[in-house]
Design a protein around this ligand. Structure first.
Ligand code: 13P
Length: 349
């Protein structure tokens, strides 16, 4: 199956009232782990690469691996997404490679660290939307600023500093025409999100619900959605790791989000923890081992287990065969004739 537009994948998720995990990749084993889980649970998938991942793996290696995944798994719809594009040029280069979706994170300036103004965000996101939609490619924007840093991208801080203002979210969706909207509700990238199980004072589900009420047809995106399970932390620490106690986003809060318009759920850290725990275990308990396959195979299996769990918890499991992919060229026509125009004022059509 050719790569699928993320817009189609999220439209289908909205119809079925489920969420779709967007899992970050840097290498072959992570891509294989996601595909193992997708096959096992019969799930459509979003695979995403940050700028750091594209630099680490070299663009062409990573993209050819995704193409291999699509060829080897003809029954699984796969959207390939640029995570946290920092500029028009980053998004343009992803589209040139063949990515079917890009995130223009205009909530930060091009340095990927400094919060931008609302007008700067609207301007760069709108330009990416025009360019991408002409080519049938999906665009995710971000309003409000997430906490933490991932692969060098992020404003840092706790995630509570720039919570999304629902009025701004509505204006942003209308003026940019993004297909999906990432909002800041107190989550942050990385393992250290919360120092206790998060309650309403730190995880602003009420803000998410307010935004969904105002934008009922906009696909919302939750970044920083790893749950950082204690079991995964414990494996890392049992075999020589030094993780400090930490809490992630409880699955039940993500499921509450999915009932309120969240269609894309970003998960990276949980998979990193699962792989690292499995690798540490082999190297710690069998120090004589030196063949990378001896630890990469269990690492891949550990990640596939986490991904399959998330696919089931988010509700995408069982939905791979629900629809046929619309070619990207057809998506471009739909944007051009207005039938796919995602602006909220047109959504009631
Ligand atoms: P986590 O660090 O919580 O996995 O978040 C990943 C993410 O949001 C990628 O954009």
């Amino acid at each position: 199956m050719p790569l699928v537009s993320m817009r189609q994948l999220l439209d289908e998720a909205a119809k079925g009232q489920y969420g779709v995990g967007a899992f970050n990749v840097n290498d072959m084993e992570q891509i294989q782990a996601i595909m193992m889980a997708a096959r096992q649970t019969n799930s459509p998938v979003i695979v995403q690469a940050s700028r750091g991942a594209r630099a680490f793996a070299e663009d062409l290696y990573l993209f050819k691996l995704i193409q291999a995944a699509a060829e080897l798994n003809p029954d699984i719809p796969i959207a390939m997404h640029q995570d946290h594009g920092n500029s028009f040029d980053t998004c343009k280069s992803a589209i040139a490679l063949g990515y079917t979706s890009v995130m223009m994170d205009g909530s930060l300036k091009e340095d990927g660290k400094t919060p931008s103004t609302f007008e700067e965000n609207v301007d760069v996101t709108r330009r990416v939307v025009d360019y991408a939609h002409e080519r049938g490619v999906t665009v995710e924007g971000e309003i409000g600023v997430l906490g933490g840093v991932e692969d060098g991208h992020g404003a840092g801080g706790s995630g509570l500093e720039h919570i999304t203002d629902p009025d701004q979210a509505v204006e942003f969706a209308e003026r940019t025409g993004v297909d999906a909207l990432a909002i800041a509700i107190g989550t942050s990238h990385g393992a250290y999100k919360f120092n206790k199980k998060p309650d309403g004072s730190v995880l602003k589900m009420d803000v998410l619900i307010a935004i969904h009420k105002r934008l009922p047809h906009t696909h919302l995106v939750m970044h920083g959605s790893s749950s950082v399970p204690k079991e995964l932390q414990d494996i890392v620490n049992e075999y020589g790791g030094k993780l400090k106690p930490t809490w992630g986003v409880p699955i039940e809060e993500i499921q509450l989000g999915i009932r309120n318009g969240v269609r894309k759920v970003n998960v990276d850290t949980d998979n990193r923890l699962a792989m690292t725990g499995a690798i540490r275990k082999v190297l710690w308990t069998q120090p004589e081992k030196f063949d990378p396959r001896d630890y990469m195979k269990p690492a891949r299996e550990a990640m596939a287990k986490v991904v399959a769990e998330r696919m089931t918890e988010f509700g995408q499991a069982g939905h791979a065969g629900d629809y046929k992919p619309i070619p990207i060229s057809e998506m471009a026509k739909g944007y051009a004739n207005g039938s796919l125009d995602p602006r909220p004022s047109l959504a009631a059509r």
